[in-house]
Design a protein around this ligand. Structure first.
Ligand code: ZN
Length: 124
């Protein structure tokens, strides 16, 4: 994990990039500029929709890439048998929106239980 200073510097860089995307969203929503009939609430509606979509895309991409790091098999936490993993999708609510987590889940035929390698250490 990066140092706190490096993390804050990176967060600031990403905020600047996203602010640029916000300007692009404004041009996309109103190619000729917002007319005088457009309210602040109208503008906010476009911004919030874009924000929620951005959160969804970012969280799903990062968690999906993390899930792939578990590979195709994992040991059952109860008996240690190596079991195949499959990716399951789970809808979650995150700060700023909704997302679908695509996480690996194993099923141990011996113990007749499902387990999530990503939660190792969080259970038992
Ligand atoms: Zn087992």
């Amino acid at each position: 994990m990066a140092s706190k200073e490096a993390r804050e510097r990176r967060l600031k860089e990403i905020q600047e990039i996203a602010e640029g995307w916000g300007k692009m969203i404004a041009r996309e929503a109103f190619p000729n500029g917002p007319g005088l009939d457009v309210t602040l609430a109208d503008m906010e509606e476009y911004a919030i929709a874009a924000s929620r979509a951005l959160v969804k895309g970012a969280v799903e991409t990062m968690s999906g890439e993390q899930g792939q790091q578990f590979g195709e098999e994992a040991p059952c936490p109860s008996c240690g048998k190596i079991c195949p993993l499959e990716i399951v999708s789970r809808a979650i609510v995150v700060r700023g929106g909704d997302a679908a987590l695509h996480e690996p889940v194993g099923h141990c035929p011996t113990c007749r239980r499902d387990f999530f390698p990503s939660a190792a250490g969080a259970e038992d």
